[in-house]
Design a protein around this ligand. Structure first.
Ligand code: HQG
Length: 186
């Protein structure tokens, strides 16, 4: 379902608060990335971003990428992945598909060739299951390229992969030797 402009804007603010800057809503996250829902609603109001509990439930439910989860009794909320703050969201460590994909901007290629993929400001490198998703992710940064990641070879060498609640594969780093440019647009 198409989200209203208000919900999209509130969703962006939630993403900022729950992944990157909890202080923007005057809250803290616990070690597992959870925020107290009452504190979040009060803090959002204080920050001039008033929303009701029903708004929050709807935004979480309708989020296109299932970015957020509640705990069982809905007293706590957290982002499923994508954090820059150091929290342990209990990602599942799993054997990856043989090939994963990473979309990035063409202008980053030289740097990636010399350093491999690094988490940059986030906790992990994010990888996609399919090229279409990778292309969309890459476009966020400019004219994109899609890299294929030889996850099977990495796993065989002992690299660990994690899958978030919302289906995003992640790992600590990907050296260039496991990467191959498969799609470049100009
Ligand atoms: C690049 C969105 C230079 C990397 C998406 C990327 C994703 C390097 C950028 C999620 C590099 C970081 C994550 C190196 C990596 N030199 N550049 N050595 N290593 N990079 O936004 O993967 O909508 O932090 O290729 O859908 O683009 O937020 O990561 O271009 O799943 O839920 O540095 O964010 O999800 O950018 O996106 P980002 P990302 P949400």
């Amino acid at each position: 379902m198409e989200q209203s402009k208000r919900d999209v804007s509130l969703g962006r603010f939630l993403s900022l608060v729950l992944r990157h800057q909890p202080s923007a809503a005057h809250i803290t996250l616990d070690a597992h990335g959870w925020a107290d829902v009452d504190a979040l609603l009060a803090g959002c109001a204080q920050a001039g971003r008033s929303l009701t509990r029903e708004d929050l439930e709807r935004i979480v439910r309708e989020n296109d990428k299932t970015r957020y989860s509640f705990n069982d009794d809905h007293t706590k909320i957290r982002a499923n992945q994508g954090h820059s703050v150091r929290v342990d969201v209990e990602l599942r460590q799993l054997p990856p598909p043989d090939t994963l994909y990473h979309g990035t901007a063409r202008r980053f290629l030289d740097s990636i060739r010399s350093q491999g993929l690094r988490p940059m400001s986030r906790q992990y490198v994010h990888l996609s299951k399919d090229t279409a998703t990778a292309l969309t992710v890459g476009r966020r940064h400019g004219p994109p390229v899609v890299l294929a990641v030889d996850a099977a070879a990495m796993a065989a060498e002992g690299y660990v992969f994690y899958l978030s609640e919302n289906g995003v594969w992640q790992c600590e780093a990907v050296p260039w030797r496991f990467l191959r440019v498969i799609q470049e647009t100009f």
